[in-house]
Design a binder for this molecule. Structure first.
Ligand SMILES: [Zn+2]
Length: 447
């Protein structure tokens, strides 16, 4: 009877895959956590080949919908079930629906395939928070029929993706907690340690053997992490002086979109516009899911950008163009740093519009592997026209203080495996007890 843990591509940020195999009682249960793409600029850009045939997997548990965690799901054999959150599934469907409408068949074809999988209720199993999922294996051992099981429980975590999970995986001989990506400084971050204490550890009654945790921020020393709440306050302050605002922010970063939306809507009455119908659809999904739990996540007035569109209204004596309304009331317009969005900025140059860049600054750093030259040149071009670019962003990942707190709270008996990190050795520098430091095992990149 044994449980084996393999972490593939754990020493990079993105594309990490964990395989947990339990063998015993005449059978094997194998689970995989995440199957995503390596991020551009990673050391290993070619994704590893998993041997699905010889090492079949009973289920793939997705922690969240970021491409570096879920991006390769269409490559998984049809007999393997895929586990993900209900809202995460909807967000994925929105992404693939938009891509399937592309005129480029290289984009639309794979998206159509992805959609058929995502819409297949026999293939997708929706994870419900705190509800155990049981995997059974039966076999023959010493001439006797045997049965054993592995239990998986998903717990909601705070991340820059909504509906993200950490998983507790309990085999007959090991209890493993896999954090996925997480942080403590978003709107739902305060719940993290209490979730560990009450649900995962059951007030100390349940012990965890192995903790597998992300360590993205280990080599991002210079990044000062602000809370989502601080981000909203800073935006509110900024909008006092600026009412014509373009926003560059991920369409699936619910917390930050909510921060900016509310900072603009109240007290300034600035409406939100987006570069495409697709973003409106994501916000609608967030309103229908997260919005049911908290007003913060309700996006009531969001419109796709269509500057010349004439809008009738019963109190106006003539239809008014969208761009006229934007001039009158101010706006918060979500754009992409790409050429097709330049026309929106040019339209309002006389009003001294500004751009808020709310994504990771590494994308604009030419010395970084993940540098996006076309984003950088887009922003520089706008600055040359007199458009100020303000950087206002908070990370989706736990800072070192939070990592130390989670390790102490989980207090694993046997081992700590850092993953999703370019600097696993940094875990030795964390403010944790020496007994825990001794349990750190730097993951080897098994391929
Ligand atoms: Zn992520």
């Amino acid at each position: 009877m044994a449980t084996n843990i393999r972490i593939c591509q754990g020493n990079q940020i993105g594309g990490c895959v964990t395989i947990i195999t339990y063998t015993g009682n005449g059978g094997t249960i194998r689970l995989m956590v995440d199957y995503g793409r390596s991020l551009p600029g990673s050391e290993v850009t070619e994704d590893f080949k998993y041997d699905w045939k010889n090492e079949p997997v009973d289920g793939v548990l997705f922690t969240h919908y970021h491409g570096d965690h879920i991006g390769r799901f269409t490559e998984i054999p049809a007999e393997t079930k895929l586990y993900m959150g209900t809202a995460a599934r909807k967000v994925m469907i929105n992404i693939q629906t938009a891509l399937s409408r592309s005129e480029n068949p290289d984009v639309s074809k794979p998206a159509a395939k992805a959609l058929s999988i995502l819409n297949d209720d026999l293939r997708i199993v929706e994870v419900i928070e705190n509800e155990p999922i049981i995997f059974h294996v039966s076999g023959i051992n010493g001439g006797k029929a045997t049965c054993s099981s592995v239990t998986v429980t998903g717990y909601s975590v705070d991340h820059s993706a909504y509906d993200a999970y950490m998983y507790l995986i309990e085999t007959p001989d090991k209890r493993i907690l896999h954090t996925g990506d997480f942080r403590g400084h978003g709107y739902r971050g305060k719940a993290f340690i209490p979730t560990i204490e009450t649900h995962v550890r059951q007030f100390g009654k349940r012990e965890i053997d192995v903790l597998i945790t992300e360590g993205t921020m280990m080599n991002r020393n210079t990044e000062k992490v602000i809370t989502e709440y601080d981000l909203r306050m800073k935006a509110t302050e900024y909008f006092k002086e600026h009412r014509y605002v373009f926003l560059i922010c991920s369409s699936t970063n619910l917390d930050s979109l909510a921060s900016f939306y509310h900072a603009a809507a109240s007290p300034y009455g600035m409406r939100m516009y987006t570069y495409s119908e697709y973003v409106c659809q994501q916000l609608k999904t967030f309103t229908e899911t997260a919005g049911k739990r908290a007003n913060l996540y309700q996006f009531e007035h969001v419109y796709p950008l269509n500057l010349e569109k004439e809008l009738p209204h019963r109190t106006w004596n003539r239809p008014v163009k969208q761009k006229e309304l934007m001039r009158e009331h101010g706006f918060l317009a979500v754009i992409k740093p790409e050429d097709f969005c330049e026309k929106y900025i040019d339209e309002f140059l006389d009003l001294k519009p500004v751009i808020i860049y709310s994504m990771w600054d590494g994308y604009l750093d030419s010395s970084h592997k993940a540098y996006k030259a076309h984003w950088d040149s887009f922003l520089k071009r706008q600055e040359a026209k007199g458009v100020a670019v303000k950087h206002l962003h908070t990370s989706g990942h736990a800072d070192k203080g939070m990592l130390a707190r989670i390790i102490e709270a989980v207090n694993p008996k046997e081992a700590i495996y850092p993953m999703h990190t370019e600097h696993a050795a940094g875990f030795y520098e964390l403010d944790i007890r020496d007994t825990l430091k001794n349990k750190i095992q730097i993951s080897v990149d098994h391929r």
